[in-house]
Design a protein around this ligand. Structure first.
Ligand code: CUA
Length: 146
């Protein structure tokens, strides 16, 4: 028999699960954050580059390595949507874009993906937030939105 404390515990647990789900949907839709995704079938690339796909549509192939990002600085027009593909060629690195919800891990031999839209012009620092060696603190890139 389920007593009323158990019932209460079940209700609390279900409410929590439901509210996390609602927050997740809100982050994805309301805040425009695509959920970071690991792409197990994608082939890791070695070279970083920014590719223009269309009007205000870009693909950023980002390579993290000791101790910088490649490309280290990119320029895009305001209102651009960027598909970010991220790999590491050595150890684990972080990839956080200031003033956005972009927060990825760069993992050797794995491609991680997210999508972000840059509405406001400005300079967005890209910061490695995973300790990766003696010059970890110097590992900063820039996304310049014009
Ligand atoms: Cu790369 Cu810390």
């Amino acid at each position: 028999m389920v007593d009323r404390f158990e019932k209460r515990a079940i209700v609390v647990a279900l409410t929590l699960v439901l509210s996390f789900f609602v927050l997740l949907v809100y982050a994805a839709k309301g805040l425009g954050a695509d959920l970071p995704t690991c792409l197990p079938d994608a082939k890791p690339f070695k070279q970083g580059e920014l590719i223009q796909l269309g009007d205000k549509r870009y693909q950023l192939n980002a390579v993290a390595k000791m101790w910088n990002f490649e490309p280290n600085e990119i320029r895009i027009p305001a209102g651009s949507t960027v598909d970010i593909y991220l790999v590491s060629t050595d150890v684990m690195h972080g990839f956080h874009v200031n003033n956005t919800l972009v927060n990825l891990m760069a993992i050797p031999n794995v491609v991680n993906y997210t999508r972000v839209k840059f509405d406001k012009p400005g300079t967005y620092d890209v910061i490695c937030h995973e300790y990766c060696g003696v010059f970890h603190q110097n590992m900063v890139g820039k996304i310049i939105v014009e």
